[in-house]
Write a new protein. Structure first.
Length: 143
């Protein structure tokens, strides 16, 4: 019977002696104080890019266009951050319409603003530029 008893003890089917019980449990210190974790967490601060208070002085570039091939004379300074006043009075109606459409497109893409200064004279100003109407009219030689 000792083989059967040994097998029962091996598989834990017999009660353990109290003395054998003590071997498995050492005197462990009891936790007297628990750390209390709060369920409420503060959300992380949202990331925002650093903003500087300086404002670049915007140059006003006057341009007189005679064909659609000169559209880059409006687009390049505007892309660089300058205001552009362009006169299309010497152009045919179809080409003038294409220039206005081009200027409206770059204004939309670069979040700028387009204003009409005089008949067939327009201005595009970049986002955040502080250029008043009088300065644009002076560059267009309307005033």
């Amino acid at each position: 019977m000792s083989i059967i008893r040994s097998a029962r003890e091996f598989f834990g089917l017999t009660p353990m002696d109290e003395i054998a019980d003590d071997e498995y449990y050492a005197d462990e210190p009891r936790e007297t104080e628990r750390e209390h974790y709060s369920a409420h967490r503060e959300p992380a601060a949202a990331y925002e890019p650093r903003r500087y208070d300086y404002q670049r002085r915007v140059a006003v570039v006057p341009v007189v266009l005679t064909s659609y091939r000169q559209a880059s004379r409006v687009g390049e300074p505007f892309r660089d951050g300058d205001a552009v006043v362009f006169d299309i009075s010497g152009m045919e109606q179809k080409e003038a319409t294409r220039i206005v459409d081009f200027a409206a497109g770059i204004c939309f893409a670069l979040e700028g603003k387009m204003v009409k200064i005089a008949p067939r004279v327009f201005a595009v100003t970049p986002k955040g530029a502080d250029v008043d109407q009088a300065e644009l009219e002076r560059a267009a030689r309307v005033r």
